[in-house]
Design a protein. Structure first.
Length: 43
């Protein structure tokens, strides 16, 4: 079995926006991912 070596540049960008979720009592809650964008680039 032979392995092939990949050449070139690989780039993976991840862009995320977060939204704050409050608790039932109005206290600060957790941050959750609101939107996510992923871009893959290979040259």
């Amino acid at each position: 079995m032979s392995e092939t070596e990949e050449s070139g540049t690989k780039v993976h960008y991840v862009c995320q926006t977060y939204s704050a979720k409050t608790t039932a009592r109005g206290q600060q809650g957790n941050l959750q991912i609101d939107k996510q964008l992923q871009i893959f680039y290979t040259s």
